[in-house]
Design a protein around this ligand. Structure first.
Ligand SMILES: *[C@@H]1O[C@H](CO)[C@@H](O)[C@H](O)[C@H]1NC(C)=O
Ligand SMILES: *[C@@H]1O[C@H](CO)[C@@H](O)[C@H](O)[C@H]1NC(C)=O
Ligand SMILES: *[C@@H]1O[C@H](CO)[C@@H](O)[C@H](O)[C@H]1NC(C)=O
Ligand SMILES: *[C@@H]1O[C@H](CO)[C@@H](O)[C@H](O)[C@H]1NC(C)=O
Ligand SMILES: *[C@@H]1O[C@H](CO)[C@@H](O)[C@H](O)[C@H]1NC(C)=O
Ligand SMILES: *[C@@H]1O[C@H](CO)[C@@H](O)[C@H](O)[C@H]1NC(C)=O
Length: 446
């Protein structure tokens, strides 16, 4: 990899002799793997792509929907037959452009601009260079780099500084970087999960959904040091190396399970909020070599409000509404469930008990050494209380009143959550239990 200093950043002149072949400004015709000043890549010409010298990566227009394209970088070779190529970067994921007359141009003023069919700018690098020639090149690492070639060659811009949802080996993740998940497996627009360095220097995962935001990694119920992290190193830098070792300045690190084997790798924040490292095995299949969560129900926000997440190796993750609630958006669990009843009809309410179930967070009140009856009364007296968790902590039972029911999942140990509902819904729930074949279901089938 040729290291070229960034333009305008370092004051120390750093003279690097570059192999001249790499930076021969192309003539007016399009060079197969470089774009020079005044030239464009057009969406109308399917083969107008930039290809890395090793052939591994391609940059061009990627189709994301009917007549909708994003300027992207992907692994050139599709994996299995009929499968889409693996995209590693996108310029305009939230503003796809028209499949006709759109183009990416390297303007004379040094700005790299993506224009839609109506010539409106949907994305640009906001770079400036009025002096000398420029070259946009896709490197073997998958990094798309804009170089200024005259005088002291320098780097004006690189895609590695603006990751989408994927990190490639040796791509630095810094205090300015973030990964944002896709909306779904097939929808590339920005989703609800984010990887970033938190203000306390800790590499963190955040759920930033339609209704709530919540940090879920490292696990929020642990102290930073209990999670094996340090808040003291403010360099805020992390990297997956080409061998498969990940290390972060907050002392988080891991080795992937195929560490040391030479394979293509990606580290991706998936649309389910889990972060995974995949290796390309046998040039055909991306296989998971590491993941942050083995139980995806621990990822906040996955099932939205008022719903319960269950997970089994066999069936994967499943969301279902709590009894008395119905799914808000049929096509998307992120919106959770809404009550089928009129909330807070005082005097007309009772509880259903969900065994081994916790709803993490949103404790409006914590009451120590409480009887179940007292706790029920506390919640009945407060319109904002949606239910409560009743839990034995060392010496006595404690009561956690909830004003929101989020992050609901099953736990293995003794733990109960009581959901406040109108009496008629409570009796219909109990009837449903009687009708169950298994007399003591862990989770109600609704
Ligand atoms: C243009 O580049 C030349 C050579 O690199 C340099 O001497 C000159 O000062 C530059 N002019 C401007 C306006 O930056
Ligand atoms: C992708 O998701 C976004 C946000 O929900 C939505 O606006 C857009 O229409 C979706 N795109 C496709 C192609 O379904
Ligand atoms: C902070 O982290 C960086 C990157 O991991 C490391 O090189 C540096 O030595 C660390 N600094 C201290 C004081 O530990
Ligand atoms: C990451 O680096 C720290 C020192 O900054 C070290 O203590 C730790 O063992 C490293 N982790 C891995 C997996 O290499
Ligand atoms: C339901 O979810 C889909 C997909 O995310 C979204 O496009 C749509 O706007 C949502 N509808 C409502 C009513 O929120
Ligand atoms: C818990 O409450 C009961 C009844 O009010 C009381 O007798 C007991 O001393 C309390 N226990 C502790 C440890 O405070």
């Amino acid at each position: 990899m040729v290291m070229v200093r960034p333009c305008f950043r370092s004051i120390i002149p750093l003279l690097i002799i570059l192999p001249s072949s790499l930076f021969t400004p192309s003539s007016s015709s399009l060079h197969p793997n470089a774009l020079s000043k005044g030239l464009s890549i057009s969406v109308d010409h399917e083969h107008d792509n930039l290809v890395s010298p090793n052939g591994l990566f391609t940059a061009g227009f990627y189709k994301v929907g009917i007549n909708a394209y994003c300027f992207s970088i992907w692994f050139t070779e599709p994996q299995a037959k009929n499968e889409n190529p693996t995209v590693v970067w996108m310029a305009n994921r939230d503003t796809p452009i028209n499949g006709k007359h759109s183009k990416l141009s390297l303007h004379d003023d040094g700005n790299l601009v993506l224009e839609d069919a109506d010539q409106s700018t949907v994305w640009s690098t906001q770079t400036k260079s009025t002096n000398g020639s420029l070259s946009l090149k896709l490197e073997d690492t998958g990094n798309l780099v804009l170089h200024q070639l005259n005088g002291i060659p320098c780097m004006l811009w690189q895609s590695f500084d603006y990751p989408t949802d994927t990190l490639l080996p040796d791509q630095l993740f810094t205090k300015d970087s973030q990964l944002v998940s896709s909306r779904s497996r097939s929808n590339f627009s920005s989703g609800f999960f984010r990887l970033y360095f938190e203000n306390n220097n800790v590499l963190s995962l955040l759920y930033n959904g339609p209704e709530i935001t919540s940090v879920y990694w490292p696990p929020p119920f642990l102290k930073t040091w209990e999670a094996g992290r340090s808040t003291f190193n403010n360099s805020r830098i992390a990297k997956l190396d080409s061998e498969g070792k990940f290390n972060s300045s907050d002392e988080f690190g891991f080795f992937v399970s195929d560490f040391g084997i030479r394979r293509s790798r990606i580290m991706k924040l998936d649309s389910d909020g889990n972060i995974r490292v995949y290796s390309l095995v046998g040039r055909k299949k991306w296989e998971v070599q590491w993941q942050a969560f083995s139980n995806p129900c621990k990822i906040h926000g996955v099932c939205g409000a008022n719903s319960l997440c269950t997970y089994s190796q066999e069936h994967g993750r499943k969301c279902e509404c709590v009894h008395g609630y119905k799914k808000k958006n049929q096509s998307d669990w992120a919106y959770g469930c809404e009550p089928k009843f009129k909330p807070c009809e005082q005097g007309e309410e009772d509880y259903i008990q969900l065994h081994h179930v916790e709803f993490y967070g949103y404790d409006m009140r914590f009451l120590q050494n409480r009887t179940l009856e007292a706790c029920k009364q506390d919640c009945l007296n407060d319109c904002n209380c949606k239910g409560f968790q009743f839990k034995f902590d060392t010496n006595f039972y404690n009561c956690y009143l909830k004003n929101l029911l989020y992050n609901g999942y099953q736990l293995g140990f003794e733990h109960s959550t009581y959901i406040k509902l109108p009496k008629n819904l409570v009796s219909s729930f109990q009837q449903a239990l009687v009708n169950e074949i298994d007399p003591t279901p862990v989770v109600p089938n609704i």
